[in-house]
Design a protein. Sequence first.
Length: 460
Amino acid sequence: MKKQYPILSFIILLCFLASSFLYHGIQAADQASEGTLSKNVDIAQAGQQKQIREIFPQAHSIHINRKDRIHYIIYDKQSMFLGIAFYTKDIAPDIYGYGGHVNLLVGITAQGTLTSIKLINHLETPAYVEGKLLPFLQQFSGRSIQDKIVLDQNVNAITHATVSSTAVVNALNQSIAKMSTLRVVQEKLIPPRSSFPAKDIILTLLLFMLAIISVLTSQPILRWFTLLSSLLYLGILKGSMISASNIAVLFSGRWPLFQTNPHWYLLTFFSILCAPYFGMVFCGYLCPFAGTQEILHALTKKIRKQRTDTISPAIENKARFIKYAVLMIAVSAGILTGHPNIAIIEPFITLFTFNGSHAAWILLGLMLLLSMIYYRFWCRFFCPVGAFLGLIAQKSLWGITLKKYPCSYCLKCEQICPTRAINFQNKDHLRVDTPECVLCLECVNNCPDRTLGVRRYGKK
Ligand code: SF4
Ligand code: SF4
């Protein structure tokens, strides 16, 4: 297997790069053809421009897009995108007030907040709304488009004009929801800045540090403590796990905004950067999916006859390739379609998010059952993330090796290794299949001569 890793890495890398080039090529062609659809995008009429300038005072050029829902795209003097504007009558034509439409001109800034709202016309009973409609509308200015407007909860209704107030709120909520699905909104609007998750960053860094200390000190208790802490924190509390979609995002080149996703960056890059140094440290110590499988396997130890499983080495050697195929297919599909989430195929995500289709729940049940019988069944044969990290870890600097010579050559390590990652070529030559070794330390702690340990390879 060891000789095949470089070839596998090359094929998989080639596949991801080809998918990425293809995707970006299709996008470029799409944009070019959009550019030729000038009949759909042109300069807004003078009357509309005047109204829009009242809500976007810095507007310089205003283009109308008639192709999707009619909306206006606004740029400043330096051609910087300022936001979009639309009339609620165009976007939510089914919503009526007491006397008919309440037509509003609404702007959404590049930061994803509402501008001031301009009342264009209405047919409400003047006695009810006279002098009250404009102050009512002022409440919406500056709100994030991600916050749903709820009458009498986060905005006050106009007294004695509930129907009119409801019409305005419904027109706004419905229009914003529809406009939020537009490509221009999804791609150009800067998501509202969320507070920096310093606590999450610190705790995740501590988990990584703990994992490295556990590897270097070869303490099984510390390994279990790290694995369980990670299961509790990353899995149960945060629901932040690494999936094949992280890899698809990396290769698609459409990385999320750092300011709003620092935790994503930390998890993804630390797991990847640790692999060339400490091998499968993420899989062995931090992955919540692995924690779940190991707990189940340990809990059912008493009712199983054998300590590990009964898959024959010949089958296991071939079955290991499945995960590389899964990696290639899932990630390429995520890149090619431009929807990295398609690559989320890990059944354990259903467990931690409590969200999934019937098929996902069935697959999860099956994997949980199989992991009771076979040690880390998902990891060993199907996990695309494990496959990816394994390819990076194939020549890791640290790993299981002979600390001293000679060993008594009892081959206990070979028998005890739950992933069949270790074997002796001859008395002096120990071979560890790094991508398969999850650094569980079973071999180290069961070696009667204490000759095995985690060390820097090549160090005498
Ligand atoms: S192989 Fe996959 S599921 Fe298993 S520990 Fe690694 S990332 Fe987690
Ligand atoms: S028992 Fe196997 S998987 Fe565990 S540390 Fe040793 S070689 Fe690695």
